[in-house]
Design a protein around this ligand. Structure first.
Ligand code: HEM
Length: 498
């Protein structure tokens, strides 16, 4: 019945509840049914409204922290998630412009996470160790429940043991094997995939040591997702290597003294769980998977940025040539550490294309009140926007512009004191504090070993004149592994050999 005919019905009958109760009015049965029906509708509507209100107040927060990327409290997560997946840079830029030095709550779709201004990092670093957990947060962001990485929640054994063991000769022979030798023609090369192999040579050496690191069947665990079944198979293959190896090392005390991650982990284990072969498989697998692609994408990014800015490429090549002459071809750790211009270019690429837009992601393990009165509750996820910090014009003038020698020219003394591998950078490229990236020494030296060799030995061009695209999905920044660049081996190069 329409609302007009409804009004007509009421007009035609003089009705009062009093009369109704004293039964002086005889209501036609059709009208009574009609009323009952509308009362039911009203009751249903009010219970729906009450439920919405209760859900809404449950979903909203009462803590004065503004929420970003959720349009209304009950917005379905899928919309929140999609906006974050494809528009994270804009979301963070808008939030930084609006809130700058204030904390805000970022709706990511999987969870709501408090984004703190970077200035709180020092304060959080001073909290007792058991107050915040980085591993719970890594496990969550890397969907640990899907890929087996959630083992990192139960131990930090691998992080404590991760030390730098440069493996320049292995990298060199992999470069020789995988990159074109031809000096006459250009070849389209997939740099990410090839560099993954070079880096994995170094990482498997430091993780397993010989002879297992040379076994061609050792799986390269690079991709965490999306093919769970493929990953499961890779884990299984890795277990077949690691478990018997662990048992044989446990049986021979001399083998535990070998200089590689597995032996160090066995030697330093405090509990039985920490010597368990299956547990160790997951830990070393997490290290390999986490460090390999990030470093390969980074090295490719440095090369791409330099191809796009040839005057910087020339200057850095000159620095490499001079260093090679100075050390007379003897590339030791200190030679790599003294490439100040290359180091500055590495900082610039990682500032503009970090592995993740969010850094210092942690889970609060205790309630805590920050110096500005902000209350963080146990279980709360927190993070900082490394992206916003590295694009702050007060810290990095003309932040959008690529300037390979920015750090080198801005403050040379500081650049030397806080090189690329240092954790002191303003852009927090390695995170910060106790749980900053433990692989940064490896990542830094391995990247330099590869860059020195490739930049000196090859000419580069973009396919179709276009720089390979850096993509962002959620907070993760990456280069498509199928990306190609043109490479031609130079007829004249310094002939650097490690
Ligand atoms: C350019 C390459 C790399 C970048 C940009 C990078 C960056 C990061 C960042 C930002 C974090 C989080 C730190 C924090 O939240 O404070 C991290 C954690 C970690 N990284 Fe790296 N990383 C790289 C290479 C590597 C390599 C080569 C390895 C291993 C060989 C590695 C192993 C790890 C591990 C195990 C963690 C977790 C530490 C923890 O327990 O909290 N990373 N990395």
């Amino acid at each position: 019945m329409s609302s007009i005919s409804l009004l007509n019905v009421f007009d035609s009958i003089s009705f009062s509840w009093k009369d109704f109760h004293s039964s002086k009015v005889l209501i036609p049965s059709s009208l009574f049914e009609y009323h009952t029906k509308w009362m039911k509708v009203a009751l249903t509507a009010s219970s729906i409204l009450c439920t919405i209100y209760l859900l809404h107040s449950h979903a909203s927060y009462n803590d004065n922290i503004p929420t970003v990327n959720r349009r209304f409290a009950l917005e379905p997560r899928i919309f929140v998630r999609l906006r974050w997946a494809f528009g994270s840079v804009k979301i963070l830029d808008d939030a930084y412009e609006k809130y700058h030095d204030r904390a805000y709550r970022l709706a990511r779709g999987d969870a709501d996470i408090i984004v703190l201004p970077s200035r709180f990092i020092n304060e959080l670093n001073r909290l007792p160790q058991h107050f915040i957990s980085s591993r719970k947060s890594h496990s969550k962001s890397l969907t640990g429940y899907l890929n087996g990485m959630d083992v990192v929640q139960t131990t930090n054994h691998h992080v404590k043991m991760l030390l730098s063991r440069p493996a320049s000769q292995r990298i060199q022979s992999t470069i020789t094997e995988l990159f074109p030798r031809d000096t006459d023609s250009w070849n389209a090369v997939e740099p990410v995939n090839k560099i993954v192999h070079c880096i994995s040579q170094a990482i498997t050496l430091s993780t397993f040591g010989p002879p297992i690191c040379d076994n061609p069947k050792l799986p390269i665990l690079v991709w965490l997702l999306p093919y769970k079944w493929r990953l499961e198979q890779s884990w299984k293959n890795l277990e077949d290597f690691v478990v018997p190896e662990v048992e044989s090392r446990k049986a021979d005390p001399n083998r535990v003294k070998e200089p590689n991650l597995i032996s160090w982990m066995l030697a330093e284990a405090k509990t039985d769980g920490e010597t368990d072969g299956y547990m160790l498989t997951r830990l070393v697998g997490s290290v390999i998977a986490g460090g390999t692609y990030s470093s390969a994408a980074f090295v490719t990014g440095v090369i791409a940025d330099l191809i796009a800015h040839p005057h910087f490429l020339d200057e850095i090549r000159e620095e490499i040539r001079q260093k090679n002459d100075e050390v007379q071809g003897n590339w030791d750790q200190s030679a790599f550490n003294n490439l100040d211009k290359l180091d500055s270019a590495m900082k610039e690429t990682s500032r503009l294309a970090p592995g993740s837009l969010l850094v210092y992601s942690r889970v609060m393990e205790n309630d805590c009140t920050l110096s500005n009165g902000l209350e963080l509750k146990k279980g709360q996820l927190i993070t900082t926007s490394g992206h916003s910090a590295s694009m702050d014009p007060n810290v990095f003038p003309n932040p959008e512009e690529y300037d390979a020698l920015r750090a080198y020219n801005q403050d040379f003394e500081r650049h030397r004191a806080q090189p690329f591998r240092s954790v002191e950078g303003e852009d927090h490229r390695w995170g910060a504090g106790r749980w900053a990236c433990p692989g940064r020494y490896i990542a830094s030296i391995v990247s330099k070993i590869i860059l020195v060799k490739l930049l000196d030995e090859y000419d580069f061009e973009f396919v179709g004149g276009k720089r390979p695209k850096t993509s962002v999905m959620h907070e993760f920044v990456f280069i498509d592994p199928a990306t190609k660049i043109m490479m031609r081996r130079k007829k004249q190069n310094s002939g650097i050999m490690y």
